[in-house]
Design a protein around this ligand. Sequence first.
Ligand code: SF4
Length: 203
Amino acid sequence: MQKVNASLPLMEHFYTLQGEGRYTGHASYFLRLGGCDVGCVWCDVKESWDASKHPLVQIESMVKFVIDNNAPIAVITGGEPLMHNLDELTLTLKKNGIRTHIETSGAHPLSGDWDWICLSPKKFKAPLPEVIQKANELKVVIFNKTDFEWAEKFAAAVSPACMLYLQPEWSKSGEINPLIIAYIKKNPQWILSLQTHKFLDIP
Ligand code: SF4
């Protein structure tokens, strides 16, 4: 069992609008934790991988960032945030009336008390069944056309209430978007997720 942390490695934090998935457009405070051992080749936050490169910040201070901005939602992202025990962080956020959302590859055991779990599985390290079953949102990044079959494997394993999103990998979107659009028209249980923050040029 992971030890409960009083502080966590924080790579960056900022108040913005959620750009992807079910909560697109919702004001959200992002806390990006350092540390990831998943190793996606197309990762756009490789600086997050080494947790020791990021300062340890007290959980109380992190929650204060969110409170001071009156943000209704805290999004805990990474890196792979589940490399850390998130019980204390989510408890403190919830005590202050803040919704707790996580973005995870699901590759590490679930900790924390979550209002919304976005599972974005990665081929480089498989998600654990306990995270797959608790996901509220499955967001599969499509990098090439074989990824649709891979996405269906997870769609079959999540709970019936879990929302299903397909999102083009940003650098391949020119060639992948038409395939995703055609796929969703044939398989309307899926919804398109775009990285709207990148179009808006906001964090
Ligand atoms: S899980 Fe996320 S942070 Fe980790 S390598 Fe993959 S894309 Fe990067």
